[in-house]
Design a protein around this ligand. Structure first.
Ligand SMILES: [Zn+2]
Length: 536
C-alpha cells in the first residue's frame, strides 16, 4: 500500500523535528529533569510539527529506556506508540463530530490508571473547536489534574481558547518552518526515496508550502506522481502555478499605464468565465511580490515563482517607484473589498483597472509641488469633505436647483450636436461647475452602468446651452461618445432641458492644479458651499 510521504517521514524523535529546536530542547530538558508540566498548549500554523512533537513527548515520558530526553524507539512502549496501538496515548480530534463526546468521556477515562505506561497522555488536536461545555469539562480536569495524566492541547487558533484554559497550560509557539530547512528535508527524503529532485524545484516547493512541512511533502508527493525527475517545470504543472501569463500580461499593461490594453486583457478573461475576485487576488499577490523585490535584498527566497516569473516581476519592479507599487497595492486591496459587495463585478473591475493605470501619473504630478509631510492634515480634511460630499449626494434634487440651469436657448433651437461655443480651450476655472453633475451620474447608472461607473472622477461645467464634461482619462472620451444617448437622456431628465454635450480630457496643467491637495480641498469645499480658510 502506498504511504503518503508526510506520514512515512514523520519524525519519530525530537532530533528529527525541523526548525523547532527552541521547543524540542526545552521539552527534552524537562523530561531529563523529570519536571514536565501537567498540561501543554502547542500553537502554530498547520504543518509546523505540533502533533508530531506531542507524540514524541508522549513516547519519551513513557519510554522504558529514555536517553537524553529522547524515546528509544525500540522498547515495547515506543513500538506500540509508533504503530498507534498504545491505549494510554489517546488522540482526540476536536474538529471531528465525535471530538466533543470524546472530551465528555475524558473525565471518566481520567479516573482510571494507565494500562501499561507510566502516564496517560491526552493529545487534543484543534482544541479551539471544542464547545463551551467541552471546555468546561476539560477545565475541571486541568484544575485538579490527577498525577498520572498529561494533556497536550494543539491549536492553529490560540485566540479562540478561553483564558481559563490558557492560564493552566504551559504554552509553546511553533514557528513556521524556514524555507531553507524545508528544502533540506525535501532533498534528504528524495535521496532516501531514490528519485531525482532538482535544487530549484526543492526551493520552489519550500517557498510554496509557506512554512508547513506537511504541505511541502504533499506537494512533493503530487510531483512524483508526474515524474521520477522533479524539476521546476514538474512543480509548476503538478501544483498548478503555471499558466499565470494572463496575470503578468495585465500587470505589464498596468505598469505601462496602458489602460486600453489592460482592459482588453480583462475582457478576454471575462469572456472565458474567469472569476474576477480570484483574478484580483492574483494581481494583488504578484504586485506584493514586485514590492518585495523592490525592498528586500533576499526577495528571491520569499517569493514562490518560477525563474521566468521572477524575471518578469523584477522588470515590473524596475518600472515603478516603491510608492507607485504601494499605491497599486492599495488600489487593488480596495478593489478586492468592493468586488465582494459589487452587484456588477465587471464594472467595478474595469474601473479599478483604469485607476491602477493612472495612479502612477497622478502621484508623480502630485509630488512635484508639495512636500509629502505637508499632505497629511490636508488629505485628512479632504477625506472628511469627501464623506460629506458623498452623503450630500443622496439628497434628492430640489426643484429650484433645476430651475437654475434652465437653458438660455430653448430646446427646439439647439440640438445637442451644436454647442454654443468652442469650449475646447476655455479654462475650466473660468466656467461654472455644474452642481447637479452627481445627480446626473446617479441617473446614468440606470441607463448605462458602465459609463456611469467610469465617470466617478469626472467633473462637469455649464456654459450657456452647453455642458462641458472633463474626464481624467483620454480613454473615456471614446467611451462617452459611444454612450452619448444615455448621457443626453440623463442630463435632460435631471435638468429638465436639453443641452449640447462636449467632452474633453483634463489637460496636464489642470491635472496639476487639481491634484494639488490645496486646490482639491478648495474645489470640494466650493462644491459643497463650505467655507475653508487657508493660512498661507
Ligand atoms: Zn522506548
Amino acid at each position: 500500500m502506498y504511504c503518503a510521504l508526510y506520514r512515512k517521514w514523520r519524525p519519530l524523535s525530537f532530533d528529527d523535528v525541523v526548525s523547532q529546536s527552541h521547543i524540542t530542547t526545552t521539552l527534552k530538558n524537562q523530561i531529563i529533569a523529570n519536571k514536565t508540566a501537567h498540561a501543554y498548549l502547542f500553537t502554530g500554523s498547520r504543518g509546523t510539527g505540533k502533533t508530531t512533537c506531542a507524540r514524541i513527548f508522549a513516547k519519551a515520558i513513557n519510554c522504558l529506556d529514555m536517553h537524553d530526553g529522547e524515546p528509544c524507539l525500540k522498547c515495547d512502549i515506543c513500538k506500540q506508540a509508533d504503530n498507534q496501538s498504545l491505549t494510554d496515548i489517546i488522540e482526540i480530534d476536536a474538529a471531528s463530530n465525535t471530538g466533543v463526546d470524546d472530551v465528555r468521556s475524558l473525565k471518566e477515562s481520567a479516573l482510571y490508571m494507565p494500562e501499561q505506561a507510566r502516564y496517560k497522555v491526552f493529545i487534543i488536536d484543534e482544541v479551539h473547536m471544542l464547545s463551551n461545555n467541552a471546555f468546561n469539562a476539560l477545565l475541571k480536569l486541568l484544575e485538579e489534574p490527577p498525577e498520572h495524566i498529561k494533556f497536550i492541547l494543539a491549536t492553529t487558533e490560540v485566540h479562540k481558547i478561553p483564558p481559563t484554559i490558557l492560564s493552566r497550560c504551559q504554552r509553546f509557539d511553533f514557528a513556521r518552518i524556514k524555507a531553507k530547512d524545508i528544502k533540506d528535508r525535501l532533498m534528504f527524503i528524495a535521496s532516501k526515496e531514490g528519485f531525482k529532485l532538482d535544487d530549484d524545484a526543492a526551493s520552489l516547493i519550500a517557498k510554496l508550502s509557506d512554512g508547513g512541512m506537511r504541505d511541502a511533502l504533499s506537494m512533493l508527493d503530487q510531483c512524483t506522481a508526474y515524474s521520477d525527475e522533479v524539476t521546476v517545470q514538474t512543480v509548476s504543472t503538478a501544483v498548478g502555478i503555471s499558466g499565470k501569463e494572463y496575470v503578468f500580461d495585465i500587470l505589464e499593461a498596468v505598469f505601462d499605464s496602458d489602460a486600453a490594453k489592460a482592459i482588453d486583457k480583462v475582457n478576454e478573461l471575462y469572456s472565458m468565465s474567469k472569476d474576477l475576485q480570484r483574478l484580483c487576488e492574483e494581481l494583488l499577490s504578484q504586485v506584493r511580490n514586485a514590492m518585495l523585490i523592490k525592498t528586500s535584498s533576499h526577495a528571491e527566497e520569499l517569493i514562490a515563482s518560477t525563474p521566468e516569473e521572477y524575471g518578469v516581476l523584477s522588470e515590473l519592479a524596475e518600472k515603478s517607484t516603491l510608492q507607485g507599487i504601494i499605491s497599486k497595492l492599495e488600489l487593488l486591496e480596495e478593489l478586492n473589498e468592493r468586488l465582494i459587495k459589487a452587484t456588477n463585478k465587471k464594472i467595478q473591475f474595469e474601473m479599478g483597472i483604469i485607476k491602477l493605470c493612472s495612479c502612477e501619473e497622478t502621484r508623480r504630478i502630485g509630488s512635484d509641488h508639495t512636500q509629502a509631510a505637508d499632505l497629511k492634515p490636508l488629505l485628512n480634511r479632504i477625506y472628511n469633505l469627501e464623506e460629506r460630499l458623498n452623503s450630500a449626494q443622496t439628497v434628492p434634487i430640489q426643484k429650484n436647483e433645476v430651475r437654475r440651469y434652465d437653458p438660455i436657448i430653448p430646446e427646439n433651437q439647439t440640438s445637442p450636436e451644436k454647442p454654443s461655443a468652442d469650449l475646447s480651450k476655455v479654462k475650466t476655472e473660468d466656467l461654472e461647475p455644474l452642481k447637479n453633475w452627481r445627480d446626473i451620474l446617479s441617473r446614468l447608472v440606470e441607463k448605462s452602468p458602465s459609463t456611469s461607473a467610469f465617470m466617478t472622477d469626472s467633473s462637469a461645467y455649464i456654459y450657456q446651452n452647453t455642458i462641458l464634461i472633463v474626464v481624467k482619462n483620454r480613454l473615456l472620451i471614446k467611451l462617452l461618445k459611444d454612450h452619448v444617448k444615455a448621457l443626453d437622456e440623463a442630463i435632460t431628465e435631471t435638468l429638465g432641458a436639453r443641452f449640447a454635450i462636449r467632452v474633453r480630457a483634463v489637460s496636464n496643467e489642470e491635472l496639476k492644479d487639481e491634484e494639488s491637495p490645496v486646490n482639491k480641498l478648495l474645489k470640494k469645499a466650493k462644491d459643497l458651499d463650505i467655507k475653508v480658510e487657508v493660512n498661507k
